[in-house]
Design a protein. Structure first.
Length: 257
């Protein structure tokens, strides 16, 4: 069996190293073709389906490297210090991988959509990507002004779901209407109870931002409102509210059977 070959870099001034740091620092830029995934578990999960464009590691004797080295298109050893210079984590695990950014088209979207209006918290977007993956029926669409799905914190919070859930960014809700989706608004207290309404696709459910809720321009496109019954709190975190809605649709459609 042929031994996997890898190179090494020892200087911060290396042009390739500088480029990788730039990719890691500004993953949202259109000019950046890759996104960084860090940690053994996260990389292995994504690499199960997609080959890493580049695998970076510090210890070539680590037994966990074997399969990753075989499937990666390029492998480079870095010192722990150089690896930390790229990492966004306080305590890097000694391995990171760059993957090609996923690119979804309208034809990839499912009949069920969660539309996120100007969400700012990357953790919320990452959590909703994970929930959408768990239901295996929802796509995500975001409005202009919503945090980028390629934000490094979104990538970490999504734990691989970013590569599996169809997602379009910077879309106005009117475009969904034009493509045949019904649009319903998640409201803090107006409309029917989440547990009384009957869901039918194609449907896009609009969820507003953490602090301001749904914008008036997006709300104007909604033909119906629904709310999550609550007694002891004014509002829910956007990721909690969105997840509850996704799972109620999931339950009604019995997609788990």
């Amino acid at each position: 069996m042929t031994e996997t070959v890898f190179s090494s870099i020892e200087s911060r001034q290396n042009p390739k190293y500088k480029r990788w740091r730039e990719y890691a620092s500004h993953p949202e830029d259109n000019e950046c073709p890759w996104i960084l995934v860090e940690g053994w578990k996260a990389i292995e999960e994504v690499a199960f389906k997609y080959s890493p464009e580049l695998l970076l590691f510090s210890d070539p004797q680590d037994l966990r490297l074997k399969q990753l080295l075989e499937c990666s298109l390029d492998n480079v050893q870095l010192s722990s210090k150089l690896l930390k210079g790229i990492s966004a984590l306080e305590s890097p695990q000694g391995v990171m991988a760059f993957f090609e950014k996923p690119c979804w088209k309208w034809k990839d979207l499912t009949p069920w959509i969660l539309y996120l209006d100007q969400l700012q918290d990357p953790g919320n977007l990452g959590t909703l990507l994970r929930t959408a993956e768990a239901t295996d029926m929802f796509s995500l669409v975001t409005s202009p002004g919503t945090v980028s799905c390629f934000n490094s914190k979104v990538v970490r919070a999504s734990t691989g779901a970013l590569f599996k859930v169809p997602l379009l960014q910077g879309i106005d809700p009117g475009e969904l209407k034009e493509r045949g989706y019904n649009l319903w608004e998640a409201s803090p207290e107006s409309g029917q109870s989440l547990f009384d309404v009957q869901f039918k696709s194609p449907l896009a459910i609009l969820v507003g931002s953490e602090g301001k809720g749904l914008s008036s321009s997006s709300s104007a496109w909604a033909s119906q409102q629904l709310h999550i019954p609550m007694k002891a709190t004014e509002s829910l975190n956007a990721s909690v509210a969105g997840s509850l809605i996704l799972y109620e649709v999931f339950r009604q459609t019995k997609n788990y059977e």
